[in-house]
Design a protein. Structure first.
Lengths: 225, 538
């Protein structure tokens, strides 16, 4: 079996949902950012409320407690599983079946954060996440949630070639997708590499300039002139 | 490099996703990597143990410093395993000297602290580049998707340290509380610790645990960059398309081979089925377990459970620890800075600070400051209320917004309705125009003057109204004013004639026009005072 980060969930309708679980590296950075934001807010709260004496300090402590435990829960539930840090890094929390996370699982996974934190700085969580394929820390395992990468937004394709050419009728969906991928990513390939790749298909396409031919086929597929 | 044989899914990934793939790779080939790592690094670890105790940190640093070289065989294993040619430990070990010596000086000196070390190693080791060509290649590699390269180096270092501290505290957790030791000194203080061997071993273990993951993540970043640069996935897909089409032509012959193969396989299966039957049905050599015939192991009665007095135990442990065997006295002579001299010049400053400390004025200043701060807070709150008063008012109190006086229109329906554009005496001028034969201009003048008066007596006419609507507005406006009824009637009549003329080009009869021109002044100017007063009141 090929090693891959992407895992597909099959829905009851038989459709495949590709999900990409996120490992600890990107999550550590997201968490770091959230910590910075949280502690920035806590500092401001303490500075302002300490003017009110001991009463103010008490209120500040309560606010700090709430912020510490419910900051991630609030954002995960109300923002489709994205805390500000996660949003920045392009990841989000979902349930095991890919649905948006709800209050219960979110609360559970964030309360169990301190278990993952032990003995220091998420060592348990990191080791736990390396022991399963979805990179779940203990809190995720208990709550039935996982952290995945967001799909990058698709941009309007532009292949820098005019004209259309019919795609050979016997090309399967995956094969058509390969043609499209070539056209889309040719911007990032050197001209030599482009022609090298396109020449592989020369016997199938049978055109003078296979690079242009493939791009024109891609034009046909996306409906460009 | 054979792309058909890859064991990882080739597709362009985001940078961090590539790091995750590295984690999966490290997990998959954990065992071969660990084997070669231990084989290669263990001699160096033994060497560090020979370093004198008080230079123990040098040993720890030494083995950490050698990591770039020790990691190279791991990369060798990974780079082949990805193409399904997992090398065995023996051949990798034989290769180690040649792998290690490649640009070893640079790797261990100025490149040792390079944060992108993990991602750069493949360029040296697998592509064999050096000098400016290496620099150029690295420039291409780092152009995009390389930010995690530094992060994983940083995180790897942190992970090593945390694993080290974590494992030490794990061991510490198993030391009973009765033994009252200062654990922090026990492990971290150089003078009192006799556990350098343990610390060094744990450090080595931490390095060993992280190394495969670090190498794999760096390699995966490198690989991802190359997949994107050279479009490996498209290469594979295109080859597959081409192969499929070319094999389609030789399909008949392939079918024949397949059929042959199947028949052979069937024959094989038959034969193995026969072989299975010949196996002995049940193995009956299971011997009964030997009877236990020796003496009873526990010969003393267990007796009653007596609870240990913890305090007493602690006392006795202390007493034992205080015996000569458990302690030794050392006299250490070390150099220290002489701190006596610093006292002398500070008498003035001391006095000064003492004076400052007892200065009563600070208390007053502090209370003034406190008052000022409170004032500032109040001012801030007041400012916020003032700043958002409209918003607050909108939230809590429904205040009728003060009507904004509308500017009187200057032109209506493309006609000038300012005082300057109108002559002093409307009727006379209109009659003059009428006599000159320009009936259109005469009526236009009358209409304009009427509109001007309407606008300034408070009828809210704007550009969007039709002539008929103007008449209606006027009728409503003066509904209660009986004195103005003649004016209303006049305006209705004028409007009708004006519409007929302006849109239908139908001239009014001469006497009608005459009447309108002559009566304008008497209709509009007589009660203008009362009308404008009424308009202002509304």
């Amino acid at each position: 079996m090929l090693l891959d980060t992407r895992q597909s969930l099959e829905t009851p309708e038989g459709a495949l949902l590709p999900l990409t679980p996120a490992g600890f590296g990107v999550r550590v950075l997201a968490q770091l950012l959230d910590i910075l934001i949280r502690y920035g807010i806590v500092t401001v709260i303490f500075i302002v409320l300490s003017l009110l004496g001991r009463m103010g300090t008490g209120i500040a402590l309560i606010l700090a407690f709430l912020l510490e435990w419910f900051y991630p829960v609030y954002f995960e539930v109300s923002r489709q599983g994205r805390t500000p840090g996660k949003k920045w890094m392009g990841i989000r929390v979902v349930n095991d079946d890919g649905t948006p996370i709800t209050f219960g699982p979110s609360l559970l996974r964030n309360l169990l954060r301190f278990v993952d934190f032990l003995p220091m700085l998420y060592l348990t969580g990191i080791i736990a996440s390396l022991c399963n394929r979805q990179f779940k820390r203990l809190g995720d395992l208990a709550a039935g949630s996982m952290v995945i990468y967001e799909a990058p937004p698709t941009r309007e394709p532009s292949f820098e070639v005019r004209g259309q050419l019919p795609v050979p009728a016997d090309f399967s969906t995956d094969e058509q997708r390969a043609l499209l991928a070539f056209a889309e990513r040719s911007k990032y390939l050197s001209a030599e590499r482009q022609s090298e790749l396109a020449t592989i298909l020369l016997p199938v396409i049978g055109s003078k300039d296979p690079v242009i031919a493939i791009k024109q086929m891609a034009n046909t597929m996306v409906g460009k002139q | 490099m054979n792309l058909d044989q890859v064991t990882i899914e080739i597709r362009p990934r985001s940078a961090w996703e590539a790091v995750d793939l590295g984690l999966l790779m490290a997990k998959r080939w954990w065992l071969p990597m660990m084997k070669i790592w231990l084989l290669v690094s263990f001699p160096f670890f033994i060497f560090t143990l020979l370093i004198p105790d008080n230079w123990f940190w040098v040993g720890a640093l030494f083995i950490w410093w050698l990591k770039p070289v020790l990691e190279r065989p791991l990369l060798h294993i990974l780079s082949h395993a990805v193409f399904n040619e997992l090398p065995d430990t023996r051949s990798t070990f034989k290769l180690f000297p040649s792998l290690a010596l490649k640009q070893i000086f640079a790797s261990l000196t100025w490149r040792r602290l390079s944060p992108t070390r993990g991602m750069d190693l493949p360029v040296v080791q697998l592509e064999g580049l050096s000098g400016t060509r290496r620099q150029d290649r690295l420039g291409v590699m780092h152009r995009v998707d390389s930010s995690p390269a530094s992060w994983i180096t940083f995180m790897g270092l942190l992970l090593e340290i945390f694993l080290w501290v974590g494992m030490i505290s794990f061991i510490w957790a198993f030391i009973p509380r009765e033994i009252d030791i200062e654990w922090a000194n026990f492990f971290f203080d150089q003078e009192s610790s006799n556990l350098h061997l343990l610390q060094l071993s744990i450090w080595y273990l931490a390095l060993s645990l992280t190394a495969p993951f670090y190498v794999a993540c760096g390699f995966s970043l490198y690989l991802n960059r190359r997949i994107k640069l050279e479009a490996w996935d498209i290469d594979i897909a295109f080859r597959r398309i081409a192969n499929k089409r070319s094999t389609a032509k030789i399909l008949p012959s392939l079918l024949l081979t397949l059929a042959l193969g199947l028949s052979i396989f069937a024959f094989d299966a038959q034969r193995s089925a026969v072989a299975d039957e010949q196996l002995p049905a049940v193995e009956e050599s299971l011997e009964t377990t030997e009877e236990y015939s020796g003496e009873a192991v526990i010969d003393k009665p267990l007796g009653e459970f007596t609870e240990i007095d913890r305090n007493q135990a602690q006392e006795s442990i202390k007493a034992v620890l205080q015996q000569a065997e458990f302690s030794r006295k050392e006299i250490q002579r070390t150099l220290k800075f002489d701190e006596r001299e610093e006292d002398e010049p500070s008498t003035f400053w001391k006095k000064f600070f003492k004076f400052l400390a007892n200065f009563e004025g600070f208390v007053a200043a502090a209370s003034v400051l406190e008052i000022l701060l409170w004032l500032a807070v109040l001012a801030l709150i007041g400012f916020v209320f003032y700043r958002y008063r409209h918003w607050l008012a909108a939230q809590f109190v429904r205040i009728k917004p003060t009507p904004i006086p509308k500017a009187k229109p200057v032109t209506l329906f493309g006609m000038d309705v300012t005082r300057e554009s109108l002559p002093e005496d409307i009727s006379t001028n209109a009659l003059k125009l009428l006599q000159a034969g320009d009936m259109r201009a005469a009526l236009a003048l009358l209409y304009r003057a009427s509109l001007f008066h309407l606008v300034h007596s408070g009828v809210e006419i704007h550009d969007g109204h039709t002539e008929r609507e103007c008449a209606e507005l006027m009728r409503e406006h003066f509904a209660k004013n009986s004195a103005a009824q003649t004016r209303v009637a006049y305006f209705v009549a004028l409007t009708r004639e004006w519409q007929r003329l302006a849109y239908g080009h139908l001239l009014p009869s001469a006497e009608k026009a005459q009447y309108l021109c002559a009566n304008w002044n008497s209709c509009w100017l007589q009660q203008s005072n009362t009308a404008s007063a009424q308009g202002a009141a509304e």
